[in-house]
Design a binder for this molecule. Structure first.
Ligand code: C2E
Ligand code: MG
Ligand code: MG
Length: 605
């Protein structure tokens, strides 16, 4: 025998064959439905295809049962005989094409007839391809392979999200319906997780859509890694092929956990998903920090059809967002009642704006060195005509969620600047007025113009205006944000970092942004001076802020022991019930005149 040396081309051919094999390997998992009245034919075709590696078959001998079997088995391809008693292939094909969801299912016609009219008729009814009887094994294998391959490509386009490669909303809903059918048949339950990224719009606005897309891709991979990891969902028994992660909206993903392990696993999976999303995303040399909110609904307890289940998981997700984001929430009927109350609050808030139901209260800030009032924080109050006082903790998050915070914040800024300007003119000319600014105001393109206009109309010296922002507002495009902050600071206004220590704080951020003041969050002061850990944290914050040239305000100071500790560690300013609760305008004016007996008493009239 002649032995020829191995050539480079051989390996190339081998490699491309291997590639081709792997490309088609997935097709072998397809379900093929065979409809033929001759049992021998069914056996032969199945045996030939089994030889090619196909494993899933549904054989139908009685053609009138074809559609029933089709819906039950949901095949990827039908091989259909034309010549059958009772219902012939044309009729079956017609019925397939009229069945919802199967309008485009590939159907290969098996026919002994060479009659061109029959072929034409079958084509007109939507046949995909033909195979002549008796079947040639190679032709059968190739036609089946090519048809399945074309279907896989179309499915990819129609059912998968181009960005993340995950199933899209359409496929997700299909799977959900299949899951419901399966549970109805076999018993058990499954769980739906609706995952929504928090404030993703802000990411798109600050980092641009291209970077937003890159982030979505990374998040998609992370979610998939959670679903695939054995320790989390590997225990769910039943139908692993239905285990699903999907991208069902712009910044919305879903996971369905089937099988008995689903319900027990829902908390574990939700926690894992929250964890992986929280991990920083490295993008162009910066870290982007994201969180998500997850709503969980259980089938059949929370809804007996796909639409209801999706809606309820969505309500649970909305609830999680309103509870502060970065958490998961199981659906419950009490939660739904709460959601209705929120909807009512949204419409009430619009009325409140129109009817001026808001008031500002003022909480003095005391300079620890001089003991004098150096300024006040303006805190909004809503006097609801039916419910009376509504806490800002309750309505500010709702106002933020709906964008109503922008006009509300505008009113706060204007009211605060006008009052402060009056007080300055009345002799309290060093009083600095602090106004809380929320994230949506901050990203509003009109924000700077609003400040300029308000300063102008109120006549307030910009040096007496302090804007309180929070750490979470400084995430995103750091350079762009730094430009915005410097821009506003150039007006003469200063910035205070509120609730410091509760959000994500990167020390490098503190250096990049023009922050003049840090407000240590009340939670760190609650156990000062009895808790050594808290004492250390407070001392460290003061030392760090001072080394960066920033002033430190302690908020929520109620006890003299707290005050003494803060004085000892050179905290600059105190705000808290120890000195005064937030006061309505007239009470604050009285407080001012009493606290500074030497100053003019402008409020007596
Ligand atoms: P914040 O900006 O951190 O305001 C401080 C909160 O701590 C105020 O609650 C204040 O009343 C409370 N506080 C001050 N000293 C003490 C104390 O010694 N003990 C205790 N227990 N609490 C103290 P308030 O007025 O309920 O406001 C809550 C939050 O609502 C504010 O937290 C702020 O984030 C938000 N908020 C208030 N007014 C506005 C506003 O006009 N705009 C925006 N965007 N948010 C606002
Ligand atoms: Mg504040
Ligand atoms: Mg605060």
């Amino acid at each position: 025998m002649e032995v020829r040396p191995i050539k480079a081309e051989d390996t190339i051919v081998d490699a491309s064959l291997a590639q081709e094999d792997s490309r088609y390997a997935l097709l072998k998992a397809s379900t093929i439905m065979l409809v033929d009245d001759e049992p021998v034919m069914l056996e032969i075709v199945q045996a030939l295809l089994e030889e090619e590696g196909y494993q899933h078959f549904v054989s139908v001998e009685e053609s009138p049962r074809a559609i029933e079997m089709l819906v039950r088995a949901n095949p990827d391809l039908v091989l259909l005989d034309l010549d059958m008693p009772e219902l012939d292939g044309f009729e079956v094909l017609k019925q397939v094409r009229f069945s919802k969801g199967y309008e485009h299912l590939p159907v290969i016609i098996l026919t002994a007839s060479e009659d061109p009219d029959s072929k034409l008729k079958a084509l007109e009814l939507g046949a995909t391809d033909f195979l002549s009887k008796p079947v040639d094994p190679s032709e059968l294998a190739l036609r089946v392979r090519n048809t399945l391959s074309a279907k896989a490509y179309q499915d990819q386009l129609a059912y998968y999200d181009g960005l993340t490669g995950l199933p899209n909303r359409k496929l997700f809903l299909n799977c959900l319906v299949k899951g419901i059918n399966q549970v109805n048949r076999d018993g058990g339950s499954f769980v739906l997780l609706d995952i929504s990224l928090d404030r993703f719009q802000q990411v798109n606005e600050t980092l641009g859509v291209y970077n937003g897309d890159q982030i979505l891709k990374i998040i998609g991979d992370r979610i998939q890694s959670v679903v695939r990891s054995d320790d989390v969902v590997g225990r769910s028994e039943g139908s692993p092929q239905l285990e699903n992660a999907a991208r069902i909206g712009g910044d919305e993903f879903a996971i369905v956990l089937y099988g008995v392990g689903g319900v027990e696993n829902a908390s574990v999976v939700s926690t894992r998903v929250l964890e992986v999303i929280r991990e920083p995303i490295h993008l162009q040399g910066d870290d982007v920090h994201l969180t998500a909110s997850i709503g969980v609904a259980v089938y059949p307890e929370d809804g007996d059809e796909a639409g209801t289940l999706v809606k309820r998981a969505g309500s649970a997700k909305d609830y999680a967002k309103k509870q502060g984001r970065d958490r998961y929430q199981f659906y419950s009927s009490e939660m739904e009642a709460h959601s209705r109350a929120i909807l009512k609050m949204i419409s009430d808030l619009r009325i409140a704006l129109e009817q001026k139901q808001f008031e500002l209260h003022y909480q003095p800030k005391i300079d620890l060195n001089s003991g004098k009032i150096m300024g006040m924080e303006c805190l909004i109050r809503w006097i609801h005509p039916e419910h009376g006082f509504v806490s800002p903790e309750d309505f500010i998050p709702v106002a933020e969620e709906t964008g109503l915070i922008v006009p509300i914040g505008c009113w706060v800024l204007s009211e605060a600047c006008h009052r402060a300007s009056e007080w300055n003119a009345a002799g309290y000319d060093d009083l600095k007025v602090s106004v809380n600014v929320s994230a949506s105001q901050f990203v509003d393109p009109e924000f700077k113009a609003t400040i300029v206009a308000t300063l102008q109309s109120s006549g307030l010296d910009p040096r007496n205006l302090v804007l309180e922002i929070t750490e979470s507002m400084l995430m995103g495009d750091v350079d762009k944000l730094a430009v915005l902050l410097h821009d506003i600071k150039n007006l003469g206004v200063s910035f205070s970092l509120d609730d410091f220590g509760t959000g994500f704080s990167s020390l490098s951020y503190l250096k990049k942004f023009p922050i003049d003041e840090l407000k240590i969050d009340r939670s760190f002061l609650l156990e000062v001076p009895d808790n050594n850990d808290d004492n250390s944290i407070v001392r460290a914050i003061i030392a760090m802020a001072h080394s960066l040239g920033q002033k430190v305000v302690a908020e929520g100071v109620e006890e003299v022991e707290q005050l003494e500790f803060l004085r000892q560690h050179e905290c600059d300013v105190i705000q808290g019930f120890y000195y005064s609760k937030p006061l309505k305008q007239s009470d604050f004016e009285e407080y001012l005149s009493k606290a500074l007996p030497n100053a003019a008493a402008p409020f007596s009239g």
